[in-house]
Design a protein around this ligand. Structure first.
Ligand code: IMP
Ligand code: MG
Length: 202
């Protein structure tokens, strides 16, 4: 879906760098509503802990929580990569751990996007050691093209093509997370990062 003048007016300055909308705000809203309804039904009476990794999951987590109609708890992990080599194996350093003990709990891992699956696989292994009663995955954007590890996805929103996308939490150099849709950046923006205005100067 090409960006048209109407979109440019609606989304403003930030959307100037977007060449194409891949998934619209309305489609995301509808899908998150469906996922929330299924989760509410499947976890009725179980008070699950929803776990997300900062920061990409921020928008999905907030929207999902708003449409879930059963009691749930929410907690976050934050990770950073050690080295490029470690990253390629999915090994990450936990810079913020969960605050809620998940031993014996029903845990639903909520992810914005899965690409190779390496990071998620590493984190799931680590959480499994804490012996939750169940540990399942809900992902909104699935990129199957580069998947290296098969991870069962209990809830899945959209399959995305093998393209780098931004918006709805996903960033390019920490920008564009706050676009409410999923879009492709214009080629010149990816090729020339200097094009980004320097927020540190403001
Ligand atoms: P992987 O599944 O271990 O390859 O890593 C997935 C991580 O890569 C996600 O948590 C995102 O941070 C990042 N990522 C993958 N694809 C995209 C994209 O299209 N846009 C923005 N970030 C992405
Ligand atoms: Mg993520």
């Amino acid at each position: 879906m090409k960006m048209i003048n109407k979109d440019a007016e609606k989304y403003g300055e930030l959307a100037r760098d977007i060449g194409e909308i891949v998934i619209s705000e309305e489609e995301i809203h509808r899908k998150v509503g469906e996922l929330g309804a299924r989760i509410s039904e499947d976890y009725q009476g179980k008070c699950p802990v929803l776990v997300g990794v900062l920061k990409g999951v921020l928008f999905l987590m907030a929207d999902l929580l708003r449409v879930i109609r059963i009691p749930v708890e929410v907690d976050f992990l934050a990770v950073s990569s050690y080295t490029q080599e470690a990253r390629q194996k999915g090994v990450v350093r936990l810079v913020k751990d969960l605050e809620i003990p998940i031993h014996g709990r029903q845990v639903l891992f909520v992810e914005d996007v899965i690409d190779t699956g390496l990071t998620l696989n590493y984190l799931l292994r680590s959480l499994r050691q804490r012996q939750p009663a169940s540990l399942d995955v809900c992902v909104l954007f699935n990129k199957p093209a580069h998947r290296l590890i098969d991870i069962p996805l209990k809830y899945k929103g959209f399959d995305l093509p093998d393209r780098f996308v931004v918006g709805y939490g996903l960033d390019h150099l920490e920008r564009y997370r706050n676009l409410p849709f999923i879009g492709l950046l214009k080629a010149e923006v990816i090729q020339n990062p200097d094009h980004l205005s320097d927020c540190a100067l403001h």
